[in-house]
Design a binder for this molecule. Structure first.
Ligand code: E4P
Length: 219
């Protein structure tokens, strides 16, 4: 499974990139507002750090606005994937982008029926928002499984990008279900690494290493 970082913060993206684990980046208007830069500047800077798909979201809600903005975003860098909301006007635009060879990430997906329509429109990625489904007492991971099963059944090439991942269990479950990608905040990427037995084991090994005689055997 590919791992994207869900962030508009360049320092966070650089830190994740330095771990050598990052395959791409997702942003959204809320994340870019926090970063305090124009979308163009933020995406240009991110593209200098990560050589992989970078989702940049349109804010128009009419097909013609989405198309105009999306073409501008796609022109910023070859790795830009245009993020389009899962609404009727959005899907109209996705069909046109697909025909033009512009990759899309259809976002704000909360049901399997929405995901099926996005795939039929030719979306490159579908983003089910796992954590936000859980927030309203639904089962976000079940949604990921339903989408994976539908796409497999009909042979859609749209990749399932598990989004709104809030903790390591979401990540592991999305991987077990066959999601192609998970996009994670830096905090969750770091949580994936942690295990108390790794920490205590390493502490013990380092303490014991000090007791190893330094003699001919090590020279
Ligand atoms: C996905 O592309 C979104 O940027 C993101 O994963 C939303 O996550 P949130 O629900 O934690 O805001």
């Amino acid at each position: 499974m590919k791992i994207f970082i869900d962030s508009g913060d360049l320092a966070e993206i650089k830190e994740a990139q330095s771990m050598g684990l990052i395959d791409g980046v997702t942003t959204n208007p809320s994340l870019l507002a926090k970063a305090g830069k124009s979308t163009r500047d933020a995406i240009t800077e991110i593209a200098e750090v990560v050589d992989g798909p970078i989702s940049a979201e349109v804010i128009g809600v009419k097909a013609d606005e989405i198309l105009r903005e999306g073409r501008e975003l796609a022109a910023i860098h070859k790795n830009v994937v245009v993020k389009v909301p899962l609404i009727e006007e959005g899907l109209k635009a996705v069909r046109v982008f697909t025909n033009e060879g512009i990759r899309t990430n259809v976002t704000l997906c909360f049901s399997p029926s929405q995901a099926l329509l996005a795939a039929k429109a030719g979306a490159s990625y579908i983003s089910p928002f796992v954590g936000r489904v859980d927030d309203i007492s639904g089962d976000g991971i079940e949604l990921v499984g339903q989408i994976v099963q539908i796409y497999r059944t009909y042979g859609f090439e749209t990749q399932v990008l598990a989004a709104s991942i809030r903790h390591p269990l979401h990540f592991v479950q999305a991987a077990m279900l066959g999601a192609h990608v998970s996009t994670l905040p830096l905090k969750v990427i770091k949580q994936l690494l942690k295990h108390p037995l790794t920490e205590s084991g390493l502490e013990q090994f380092l303490a014991d290493a000090k007791k190893i005689p330094t003699g001919s055997a090590r020279s």
